[in-house]
Design a binder for this molecule. Structure first.
Ligand code: MRU
Length: 341
């Protein structure tokens, strides 16, 4: 299994997801500023992985901090990491967790604070892997046998500390003996499907077919897809799901064609402070991601571009939300609240 992110010799080591699949390279971050840059530049991406990176970033910050104004330094560290990407709530969840730990340790010797923060970040990582496995176990039962599963973006080991959410469900279904193959949307413009999902499923020997995003409807209409499983970046109290742009279109197509549409995500992706998905902030990314592919211009100079990185799928299209605590179904206001109790 690929090592997405690790704490190693006082530094954070992550696989460079901008270089995959052609180059398997690792980036070492020795400061919290380097972790912030890695998240912003999508060297590491995927909601749970961003959360783990943020926790490790805060821990690195604690290592860098001096005994001066520790409260002020922690504030700056957390603010810097919080400003990297706005949509995945796991980022803020992880920063809050580290902040709460720091607050409980205020006044303790700095060496002890550092040690506890580093340990906590490693616990966040270990828990994430265990959570993904639990999501996989709950979700495996929903995956139909002898069918094709469609997924969008990369909600795999690379998007988490390991195993994955949506791809975790597929891995667990395969481990349970189900005969499944995967159709991976390429996921323009950043190509997480083509570059990352195909690559990591190939490592596991799970049969995977790459399609462009605009082919999903065709394959659903012709009866090729047994179910859709995707991840999430933030889920509102009513079950609306923010995920990689294009997810909404897939969900509508799934409903039209009677294909179950499942969302797999940890409890840390729930944002029950938001009544609906309309309130989820959507990250806008650089125009060059759309006008260029791997540095090659594909649109004329001066092309006007929109590049929202995520969209929101209304909960009425979501057949079930699979978490580590079990499977939630509509009405989500009730079922999701029960999950967090
Ligand atoms: O922009 P990205 O690559 O960070 O977006 C990732 C996704 O949209 C994933 O589907 C989501 O974070 C879930 S990952 C388990």
């Amino acid at each position: 299994m690929v090592e997405t992110i690790q704490w190693k010799d006082g530094a954070v080591v992550m696989i460079d997801q901008t270089r995959l699949p052609l180059h398997v390279e690792y980036v070492t971050c020795r400061t919290y500023q380097e972790v912030a840059t890695a998240i912003r530049d999508m060297i590491i991406r995927g909601a749970p992985a961003i959360g783990v990176a943020a926790a490790m970033g805060v821990a690195l910050g604690a290592m860098q901090a001096d005994e001066g104004d520790l409260d002020g330094q922690m504030e700056t560290i957390c603010e810097t990491l919080a400003k990297t990407r706005p949509t995945a709530v796991n980022l803020f969840w992880a920063i809050d967790r580290m902040k709460r730990l720091y607050q409980s340790l205020r006044g303790r010797p700095i060496a002890e604070i550092r040690e506890r923060m580093v340990t906590e970040a490693q616990v966040v990582r270990a828990e994430d892997i265990a959570i993904c496995r639990a999501i996989g176990d709950h979700g495996a039962e929903l995956v139909p046998d002898h069918k094709t599963v469609l997924t969008h973006c990369n909600a795999g080991a690379l998007a988490t500390a390991g195993y994955g959410t949506a791809l975790g469900v597929i891995r667990s279904a395969v481990a349970a003996g189900k005969q499944v193959d995967v159709f991976a949307d390429e996921t323009r413009p950043f190509l997480q499907g083509a570059r990352l999902t195909v690559w990591e499923l190939q490592q596991d020997g799970i049969p995977t077919t790459l399609i462009t995003d605009n082919m999903a409807g065709h394959f659903m209409k012709t009866g090729r897809i047994g179910c859709v499983v995707v991840g999430a970046d933030r889920i509102a109290a009513n079950g609306d799901v923010a995920n990689k742009v294009g997810t909404y279109s897939v969900a509508v197509l799934a409903r039209e064609n009677g294909v179950p549409f499942f969302v797999a995500a940890p409890i840390s992706t729930l944002d029950l402070t938001l009544a609906s998905g309309d309130q989820i902030p959507i990250e806008q990314r650089a125009a060059a991601e759309v006008t260029h592919v791997f540095g090659h211009r594909i649109a004329p100079e001066g092309t006007a571009v929109q590049n929202p990185a995520f969209d929101v799928t209304p909960s009425r299209y979501v057949s079930a939300i699979i978490t580590e605590k079990g499977v939630a179904r509509a009405p989500y206001e009730e079922s999701l609240r029960k999950m967090v109790r």
